[in-house]
Design a protein around this ligand. Structure first.
Ligand SMILES: NC(=O)C1=CN([C@@H]2O[C@H](COP(=O)(O)OP(=O)(O)OC[C@H]3O[C@@H](n4cnc5c(N)ncnc54)[C@H](O)[C@@H]3O)[C@@H](O)[C@H]2O)C=CC1
Ligand SMILES: NCC(=O)COP(=O)(O)O
Length: 362
């Protein structure tokens, strides 16, 4: 199925008032409920959008009571009774199996149900965007839901085959926007070289170019594309992918898109050097890319998380509705301790509201 007609189109219902967002609780054994309660205590966030939490009301009430004893008394927490909640109750046996800090099939199943409900309601026009709290893929699998991640469930339910996992973060030091699209995502490393093809790269580049133009108004972007091998293959001596197809593909793209500046394949070890300078001190570096296209998960996410772990946002591009998520995972090691940082969740809600408003203007 083609995605073009769905990309960046209006939701089913004509938009009215503040963006209508569903916020899922994620894995109830992780920090999802905590970062949701912390984020929704911030008036700047709740004034920006009409938010409905999707998950178990009783679980959220318990999380609130426990956190109230754990966190510093000055830490704001939203009171569940003041929130709009689409209750997905846990049956008694599932509730009994959920233990903070220890994900399992029960917590995986609950987090899958929250996502499915958010998607169904959004496709029915109730929401214009979904913000997902983190889930654990392994516990989805343990519960019989075999997907690489939430991204693929969203894409499948929306009926799109062309979609991408993009990370966006604004530097608190310079205001510069770091944007990184991953060409491949949740696959084993040994599958990366065979999965990467000129067709896949073209699809991801198309999505990125379109997203930059429609969502950020960047008409003539500079995009930096990573190499795969050390030194981008060193003329074939350290790996042949660049020489065999990545360089020829890029040369062809340059001819076909003369208005876009495509750098690369840039040796992966130096690709993000300018990004680091722009992030921490100088966003006026000559030839600074507007976006990065990384070839695999950790190639893109190590620099993103090194610079922006507390604030980067994962957004799925190519869907007929908005989807954002914090960049972090379930953090079982700190669940229930009250120390989870909610900045990335707040940023995810703010970006979702901004993207919905932007679509309303199209
Ligand atoms: N969007 C999603 O649903 C994502 C889900 N995951 C899932 O999360 C699970 C755990 O993954 P990990 O690799 O351990 O990554 P993680 O992000 O859960 O944790 C990595 C480290 O960062 C800390 N951390 C994470 N979020 C934090 C926060 N908000 N405040 C303070 N510290 C925080 C954790 O305590 C841990 O030390 C995996 O099963 C993975 O599938 C991972 C990334 C994204
Ligand atoms: N590392 C990013 C990540 O795990 C996001 O996965 P998804 O659940 O948003 O597909």
């Amino acid at each position: 199925m083609k995605t073009e007609k769905y990309l960046f189109t209006q939701p089913h219902h004509p938009p009215q008032g503040r963006p209508r967002l569903a916020v899922t609780l994620g894995d109830p054994a992780g920090i999802g409920p905590e970062v949701v309660l912390k984020a929704l205590a911030d008036e700047q966030i709740t004034q920006d959008a009409q938010i409905t939490v999707i998950g178990s009301r009783s679980l959220l009430q318990t999380a609130y009571k426990e956190l109230r004893h754990t966190v510093d008394s000055t830490t704001p927490l939203a009171e569940p009774d003041n929130l709009s909640i689409l209750d997905i109750p846990l049956d008694a046996s599932t509730a009994h199996q959920i233990t903070l800090g220890r994900g399992n099939a029960a917590s995986g199943d609950a987090s899958f149900a929250y996502l499915k409900s958010a998607i169904a309601q959004t496709l029915a026009g109730e929401f214009e965007g979904i913000v997902t709290a983190p889930i654990a893929k392994s516990f989805w699998k343990a519960a019989g839901h075999d997907y690489p991640g939430q991204t693929e469930v969203l894409a499948q339910a929306a009926g799109v085959e062309r979609f991408g996992m993009l990370f966006v973060a604004r530097s608190p030091h310079t205001g510069w926007l770091l944007r990184t699209l991953l060409a491949t995502t949740h696959i084993p490393l040994h599958q990366v070289p065979h999965t990467l093809t000129p067709d896949l790269m073209k699809t991801k580049l198309d999505l990125l170019v379109e997203y930059l133009r429609l969502e950020f108004g960047v008409e003539t972007p500079r995009i930096a594309i990573s190499g795969l091998n050390p030194h981008s293959g060193e003329q074939g001596q350290l790996g042949r992918e660049e020489k065999d197809w990545l360089i020829p593909w890029l040369e062809q793209e340059r001819k076909q898109r003369p208005q876009i500046k495509l750098d690369g394949p840039v040796p992966p070890d130096t690709l993000w050097v300018k990004a680091g300078q722009a992030w921490y001190s100088n966003p006026a570096i000559p030839n600074l890319p507007d976006a990065y296209l990384a070839l695999y998960h950790d190639q893109g996410l190590i620099p993103v998380k090194l610079m922006a772990f507390d604030r980067a946002i994962n957004t799925t591009i190519g869907l007929p509705f908005v989807r954002t998520s914090p960049d972090h995972g379930t953090a079982y090691d700190i669940a229930g301790q009250g120390i989870a940082n909610s900045t990335s969740m707040k940023a995810a809600i703010q970006l979702a509201a901004q993207l919905v408003r932007h679509r309303q203007l199209l």
